[in-house]
Design a protein around this ligand. Structure first.
Ligand code: GUN
Length: 284
C-alpha cells in the first residue's frame, strides 16, 4: 500500500485557527502581536518566504513589518537595527531570514536578538535550552516537524531517526528534539560516507539537504515515515523536495509532499511563536 500523504496545510490550519483566537483575545486587551522579518539582499526565494509570513500575520489580525536592507549594510549597522527592534515595545517577534551574506553570518547576529523576541529560536541561548530540553523558542521548521509526527500518532521513544542535514536552523535542532523525545538519532550530512547505509535504518527519515531527488526508493526502509524539508526551485519554476516522492511513496508508510508538507507548518509555527512571545512579554 502506498504511503499516506501528510497534509501540512490542514495541520497548519488548526494551529492558525487557535492563533487567530489568541490574537483576538490579545487585541481585546489592547495588544496587537507584531512580527518583524528582516531580509538582507533580494534573493527571490527569500522574498517569497518573507512575504508569506507577513501576509499570514496580517490575515490573522496581527501587525507585521518586513525590513529589507541592502547587501552592503555593515555588521555594526545591522546590529544597531536589531538593537532598535529589541527596544521597540510594539515589536514582539524578530526573525532574520536566512541565508545572510557572509559578512553578517557571525553568531553574534543571533546573540543580539532579545531572547524573549527570538521567535525563530536562533539565539545561542535558545539553542542551548533546546539542547537541555528546556522551555524556549525553537526554530519554526523543527517545531512543525514535531507537530506532524505528533499529529500522525507516532510514538517516538525507541525509534531510529535519521536526519540528513546539519544546519543550525533545521538539522541540528530537530536532531536534538528527537533525541530528547527518546529517539536514537543519526545525523548525516554532505561529508557522510555511504548515506544509504544510514538511511536504511530509519524508522523516521528527515531530509533537509536542499538536493532534489537525493532520497531514492532504495535508501528507504519499508514502512518508514519520510519528512521532506527540501525546497529547491528549478528552472521550470517548480518547487522540488529532497525526496523522489513518487517512488519513495510506494515504500514509506507516511510521507510529506513538497509543496504542502513542512512549508505551511513552518509559517504556522512562526505565527504561533510570535503570539506566545507577545503574551509572555506583555504578561497578557
Ligand atoms: N530561510 C529559509 N527558511 C527559513 C526559516 O524558517 N527561518 C529563517 N530565519 N530563515 C529561513
Amino acid at each position: 500500500m502506498p504511503a499516506k500523504i501528510i497534509d501540512g496545510k490542514k495541520i497548519a490550519e488548526k494551529i492558525l485557527e487557535k492563533a487567530k483566537k489568541d490574537v483576538r483575545t490579545l487585541k481585546e486587551k489592547g495588544i496587537t502581536p507584531k512580527l518583524v522579518v528582516i531580509q538582507v539582499g533580494d534573493d527571490p526565494a527569500s522574498s517569497i518566504y518573507v512575504q508569506k509570513k507577513h501576509d499570514k500575520c496580517l490575515e490573522l489580525g496581527m501587525a507585521s513589518e518586513i525590513k529589507k536592507f541592502g547587501k552592503k549594510i555593515t555588521y555594526t549597522e545591522f546590529l544597531f537595527e536589531i538593537e532598535k527592534l529589541n527596544k521597540d515595545d510594539s515589536v514582539h517577534g524578530i526573525l532574520i531570514q536566512l541565508p545572510l551574506p557572509e559578512h553578517l553570518s557571525h553568531k553574534q547576529v543571533f546573540e543580539t536578538i532579545d531572547v524573549a523576541k527570538d521567535v525563530d529560536g536562533l539565539n545561542p541561548a535558545n539553542h542551548g535550552k533546546n539542547l537541555l530540553g528546556k522551555e524556549c523558542f525553537r526554530p519554526a521548521t523543527p517545531i512543525g516537524i514535531m507537530r506532524i509526527l505528533d499529529e500522525i500518532g507516532v510514538k517516538l521513544e525507541g525509534k531510529n531517526a535519521v536526519v540528513i542535514g546539519r544546519s543550525n536552523i533545521v538539522g541540528k535542532p530537530i536532531a536534538i528534539m528527537l533525541l530528547n523525545a527518546g529517539c536514537t538519532v543519526t545525523i548525516c550530512h554532505s561529508k557522510t560516507r555511504n548515506l544509504k547505509e544510514h538511511t536504511l535504518k530509519a524508522d523516521i527519515l528527515i531530509s533537509a539537504a536542499g538536493k532534489p531527488k537525493l532520497v531514492k526508493e532504495n535508501m528507504v526502509k519499508k514502512g518508514a515515515i519520510v519528512i521532506d524539508v527540501g525546497t529547491t526551485k528549478m528552472k521550470n519554476g517548480k518547487l522540488y523536495g529532497d525526496v523522489d516522492f513518487e517512488k519513495v511513496r510506494k515504500k514509506a508508510s507516511w510521507i510529506t509532499p513538497v509543496p504542502g508538507g513542512v512549508g505551511p507548518m513552518t509559517i504556522a509555527s512562526v505565527v504561533e511563536n510570535t503570539v506566545k512571545a507577545c503574551r509572555e512579554i506583555t504578561n497578557a
